[in-house]
Design a protein around this ligand. Structure first.
Ligand SMILES: [Zn+2]
Length: 277
């Protein structure tokens, strides 16, 4: 059962009243029969008080017509040393709701991460999430660079928070991207603070995807105006974003930038789905 707070911020509340026409437009842009794939969402609890249950997430997906979501922990107050507790919450969500979730695990690069990395790989997690702001590290920290190499070696996609509150994204990341062409990287929030620089530096690296959740309108427009749409994937960042608003933001920016409708199935689903068949 979803909690009362979750219901109030649920899809129904965001698609009725003044939002009804907006949601109708969103629906008209989503090709018939397309199963939307959300590349960025959270399950668990955050130190800032936000929470999202697997049930609440699933309810939102069903209500919004979203077929699958990549899910990983928040900045969890119970993470302690190795994130194993919050990672298990995500794993349980994956097992209890077959077909809905693609489970990513989270780590703190400052602490011993090797055992949890190996455990999660063994468990069957499909990717790794890293958050340079919450866990206070730079993307060129040797411990992080080593983690990227471990992920590349294990053929494990990595989603990094590359947005709000960050100062250095492209410059510290570029050497890793150049050195590890097989590393599959999802730039959460599209490198929002320096999106144009991110596009310029990473456009020739096909294993780098740009994810659209909670990116400022101007930056989303720049992204869709400058980058091949096959490199862009929709994300919600639930519980910070929501499906109606993030779908609208993504589709409206694509529309304003003149992205052809034929590219929408890729942006909403196919570009990321090919990594998780
Ligand atoms: Zn997030």
């Amino acid at each position: 059962m979803a909690t009362e707070t979750e219901r109030k911020t649920g899809v129904e509340a965001l698609t009725s009243g003044a939002m009804a026409a907006v949601w109708e437009w969103v629906q008209s842009k989503i090709p018939d029969g397309l199963e939307v794939f959300d590349a960025h969402a959270h399950i668990g609890a955050d130190v800032d008080g936000r929470t999202m249950t697997a049930e609440g997430m699933r309810e939102r997906m069903v209500a919004a017509g979203v077929g699958r979501s990549i899910v990983f922990p928040l900045n969890d107050p119970n993470a302690r040393d190795d994130y194993s507790g919050p990672n298990e919450v995500v794993w349980n969500a994956y097992e209890e709701h077959p077909g809905f979730f693609v489970p990513f695990f989270r780590l703190n690069p400052h602490l011993d991460y090797e055992a949890e990395f190996d455990r999660c790989l063994e468990r069957g997690f499909r990717g790794l999430k890293l958050h340079p702001v919450s866990q206070k590290f730079e993307l060129d920290d040797p411990r992080v660079v080593r983690l990227f190499a471990m992920a590349a070696e294990a053929d494990l996609p990595v989603l990094i928070h590359a947005g709000f509150a960050m100062e250095r994204i492209v410059e510290p990341l570029l050497p890793t991207v150049e050195r590890l062409p097989n590393l599959r990287l999802i730039l959460g929030h599209s490198g929002m603070v320096e999106v144009l620089e991110a596009v310029r530096r990473f456009e020739d690296h096909p294993n780098v995807l740009f994810e659209t959740s909670v990116v400022r309108a101007k930056d989303l427009y720049v992204l869709f105006s400058t980058l091949d749409p096959s490199r862009i994937s929709y994300g919600s960042d639930i519980p910070y974003g929501d499906f109606p608003s993030t779908l609208h933001a993504t589709l409206a920016a694509a529309d304003a930038a003149g992205v052809p409708d034929e590219a929408l199935p890729g942006i909403l689903s196919g570009n990321i789905r090919r990594w998780f068949p």
